[in-house]
Design a protein around this ligand. Sequence first.
Ligand SMILES: [Zn+2]
Length: 78
Amino acid sequence: MLLNKNDPVYPSGMEIMIHYVCPHCHKTVRVPPTPREVSVTCPFCKGRFALVPVDDSSIKFIQVMTLNGLAAIPQDYL
Ligand SMILES: [Zn+2]
C-alpha cells in the first residue's frame, strides 16, 4: 500500500485502551487491556489501585472486526 515516501501512511495496527477511574483522585486513567488482575500507579496522583481484568478474546474480536484499524479509513483513501 505504501507507494511513495511522501504519501500518507496507512494504519498498521490498532491499540485499544481501557479507561479506569482512579479511586484516589477520580481522574480517568487509560490502560492497555490486561487479562490478569494487576495494580497500576495513577499518573496524576501516584496512588496505586488494582484493575479488574479484561477478556483478551473480546479485544482480539474488536481488532479483527475493524481489520486492525483499516476499516476506519475514509473511502477516499481506499
Ligand atoms: Zn489518581
